[in-house]
Design a binder for this molecule. Structure first.
Ligand code: BG6
Length: 504
């Protein structure tokens, strides 16, 4: 495997949670697999005053708790971590930071290659690039300069456009890496392999054979102390605008000409640009929002969203969204896409369900009203990652009774195959200069363009209902009405093949 060039990874917001829980454990895992360059170091930045040793000690705790490869010592990795404290909001303080960075570069032999990671509150996303540029750190003839921007990328279409413009003033698009950690998930990338390396799926992957597509991503936890952030965000911004629309794009995209950043990202953006806009006055017909209320969950009393810390007791922020929409292009004309996400649901699951058209003539249905011969392909992103195909089989014995059976593959069957974490994969890709799994500016804007009218309708029309749903349930009953006919959502269990009933 190709190793990245020597470099320094500079983390803005290094005393925050993301650095400790995700970034440093992922880097420690890369170190264990010997995937980091020989001369690599991390320079953590933040206002909190810490010595290098104190920073290392804090990160050690993060690695012990959150890294995948905990066994063995990682002292030699910790020696690669450094810390510099300054006020990152103050342009005048960047001179001192630059001096520290260049000194470290000399000391460690990083050859003037820097990646800047913005793990800060979003208000810093436009400030830091400007201050870096003031110090001439945004470009160099000799080394690479890259910028990783965490989510949320904007709050709506206008702010996302503004942020793109601001970043592009100081960095070129090829230098900007916008993270959506869902693309770093192994099973999300496998969507491309499933579709484009097998001839059995692709010929059926269109409006002629697919009845509808369902994308579900639920969690069995609440806002976990992030009430303040969530009040500003809600499920539509937090999960739908980015992760769920990205999953939809990978399901719906055309085969790229090549597996490279340009080709794949071109196809993703084409899907996002083909989403049929939901008119503001029809939002209630296509989008159901909900909020969890107090209930018993697995024998424990769980408080409602409005009682969470940092949440307005009268909050109308949604913790659940289910929606129906169409992709107006040749392949998908008329095929409904249903997507849903929620907090405090019965289980944590992310999956895509392809519902095939029923057979044209129902030879074996006992009751013609029940269309049995409807195959499903379940692509399980997490947990119990894998693939499941549901099809009809003859029940042995007299007559022609048909029963649905499962054919399944679980990643866990691959024995000692290691599934890298999303951040591991994405950090390594950025180090290698490969932006394929990062979002391009135009894709982020196209996703916001689709979401914006929904946000506006909710803001302008308070009569649009926020449905309460008891914590531990599958969300408001009204979300079932989105799906026409006698069909419902799949109510998945934690285990891929266990049908209807769920762990409660
Ligand atoms: C984040 C959201 O982007 O994704 C969180 O901000 C959510 O609210 C998380 O919990 C879910 O990610 P994962 O990888 O656990 O499915």
């Amino acid at each position: 495997m190709r190793k990245p060039q020597n470099h320094i990874l500079v983390i803005f917001g290094a005393s925050g949670d993301l650095t400790k829980r995700k970034l440093i454990p992922a880097l420690a895992d890369l170190h264990k697999q010997e995937l980091l360059p020989e001369k690599f170091s991390v320079l953590g930045l933040g206002r909190t005053k810490l010595s290098d040793d104190q920073f290392r000690e804090n990160m050690k705790a993060g690695i012990s708790e959150f890294s995948s490869k905990k066994e063995g010592a990682f002292d030699d990795f910790l020696k690669r971590l450094y810390y510099y404290s300054f006020n990152t909001k103050e342009g005048s303080e960047y001179k001192g930071f630059k001096e520290r960075l260049l000194a470290l570069d000399k000391e460690t032999g990083s050859e003037g290659n820097f990646i800047f990671y913005l793990a800060t509150p979003p208000s810093m996303y436009s400030l830091v690039p400007r201050f870096l540029a003031d110090q001439g750190l945004n470009w160099s003839e000799h080394g690479f300069r890259r910028l990783i921007v965490e989510k949320p990328f904007g709050h709506d279409l206008e702010s996302a456009k503004k942020l793109n413009r601001e970043l592009l003033e100081y960095f070129r698009e090829e230098q900007i890496y916008r993270i959506d950690h869902y693309l770093g998930k192994e099973t999300v990338q496998n969507l491309l392999v499933t579709r484009f390396s097998n001839n059995i799926y692709e010929p059926l992957w269109n409006r002629n054979y697919i009845h509808h597509v369902e994308v579900t991503s639920t969690e069995d936890i609440g806002v976990e102390g992030r009430g303040g952030y969530y009040e500003e965000s809600g499920a539509l911004r937090d999960m739908v605008q980015n992760h769920l629309l990205l999953l939809t794009s990978l399901v719906a995209m055309e085969p790229p000409a090549l597996i490279n950043a340009e080709s794949i990202r071109n196809e993703i953006v084409k899907v996002l640009q083909s989403l049929r806009p939901i008119p503001k006055d029809e939002v209630e017909k296509y989008v159901i929002r909900g909020q969890y209320t107090e209930a018993q969950m697995r024998g424990k009393q769980v408080r409602g969203y409005r009682k969470e810390k940092g949440v307005d007791p009268k909050s109308r922020v949604e913790t659940f969204v289910a929606m129906k929409f169409f992709i107006d292009n040749w392949r998908w004309a008329g095929v409904p896409f249903y997507i849903r996400t929620g907090k405090m649901m019965p289980t944590r699951v992310t999956e895509i369900v392809i519902h095939y058209q029923p057979t044209p003539h129902h030879l074996f249905a006992d009751d013609p009203a029940i269309i049995r011969q409807q195959n499903q392909l379940v692509i399980r992103i997490q947990p119990d990652e894998g693939l499941l195909l549901k099809f009809g089989m003859k029940v042995p014995g007299a007559g022609f009774r048909v029963q649905d059976v499962n054919m399944d593959f679980h990643y866990s069957e691959l024995g000692d195959t290691y599934l890298p974490s999303a951040y591991e994969r994405l950090l390594l890709d950025c180090m290698l200069g490969d932006p394929t799994l990062y979002s391009r500016g135009d894709a982020v804007e196209a996703a916001w363009k689709f979401i914006d009218p929904i946000l506006q309708a909710w803001k302008e029309q308070p009569c649009i209902k926020v449905h309460g749903y008891p914590a531990g349930s599958w969300g408001p009953e009204e979300s079932d009405d989105l799906i026409e006919g006698n069909m419902t959502w799949r109510y998945p269990c934690k285990n891929l093949s266990d049908g209807l009933y769920c762990e409660l």
